[in-house]
Design a protein around this ligand. Structure first.
Ligand code: SAH
Length: 292
């Protein structure tokens, strides 16, 4: 057993003349028990398909490769990619992709549910891009069964916050719309090199086979959600009047139909209430078009 991956990580970076780049969220995992925890929680079977985003020097990649027969490891940094290639490039079943995960067309390389079963995303995400990557992955429930991700404490709080809390926002609602979210463990800063300024959390997002809510128009639903949070200090009525440009009587009627007190703040609504509200608004708009 390694006491720490730090000496090895330092050595390999030094050998390649590399310094970790903050812009790319390069904080490498150096704590073996944390890697063991990730592998344990992932409960992988050999036939599982795994996607790792931000493979870095391959600490986690190597462990994943020994658990499953199909692994895709994505890394944006060509310098780290060279290290990865040397370390695990030759393994059967491992595909290394030197790509920006934000631009990657996941359906095309994973195939639409081909091979039976959905893939799993397991990643120590680059902090700077964690939310953007999650927003991209969450709707892909045809492709992925769960996302087991390391994120900054602050992002974890946004994912887990109950209504009314400061961290509760459109990201929280979007997550609950697509997934069951749970905290696996808080991870201290010391588990990474270089040591980040904030602690981290390992989060598991189990993607629902279909969204938790039935909405005739998901884009409109999210527009309502974002509008409600755009001016957090305002009442829901005023926030929506300003951000949606809705006419007052229609808004009042939708709130009444949805059974929501217009003087509440948007940040107190749970997912289901947002659903009722946006559905009521959607119906009224449709009726207006037909009648008008
Ligand atoms: N998994 C490794 C590295 C984590 S650090 C470990 O646990 O040690 C995050 C990694 O994500 C870095 O290697 C960084 O270069 C990479 N990365 C940053 N932005 C990326 C992006 N848009 N697409 C793919 N990889 C990215």
């Amino acid at each position: 057993m390694h006491a720490s991956f730090l000496p090895e990580t330092r050595r390999v970076l030094r050998e390649h003349g590399l310094r970790p780049m903050k812009r790319l969220g390069q904080n490498f995992l150096i704590d073996p028990p944390v890697r063991d925890l990730i592998i344990k929680v992932a409960a992988l079977k050999p036939e599982d398909q795994v996607v790792e985003i931000g493979a870095g020097t391959g600490i986690l990649t190597e462990a994943l490769a020994s658990c499953v027969r199909s692994l895709w490891a994505v890394e944006i940094d060509p310098r780290l990619f060279a290290i990865l290639k040397k370390r695990i490039g030759e393994r059967e079943g491992v595909t290394l992709l030197q790509e920006d995960a934000l631009h990657l067309d996941f359906p095309s390389f994973l195939g639409q549910g081909a091979g039976g079963g959905r893939a799993k995303v397991i990643a120590n995400l680059p902090y700077s891009m964690a939310t953007a990557i999650l927003l991209k992955l969450l709707p892909l429930h045809n492709l992925f069964s769960f996302l087991l991700v390391m994120v900054q404490q602050e992002v974890a709080e946004r994912l887990l916050a109950p209504p009314g809390k400061k961290a509760y926002g459109s990201l929280t609602v979007l997550c609950r719309y697509h997934a069951d979210v749970s905290l696996v463990a808080k991870i201290p800063r010391e588990a990474f090199y270089p040591r980040p300024e904030v602690s981290s959390a390992l989060i598991r997002l189990d993607l629902l086979p279909s969204p938790r809510l039935e909405t005739p128009d998901p884009a409109f639903f999210f527009q309502v959600v974002r509008a409600a949070f755009a001016q957090r200090r305002k009442t829901l009525r005023n926030a929506l009047l300003n951000a949606l440009g809705e006419e007052r009587p229609i808004l009042e009627q939708a709130l009444t139909t949805a059974g929501i007190d217009p003087t509440r703040r948007g940040e107190t609504l749970n997912l289901e209430e947002f659903g009722q509200l946006s559905n009521a608004l959607h119906d009224l708009r449709k009726r207006m078009v037909i009648e008008g």
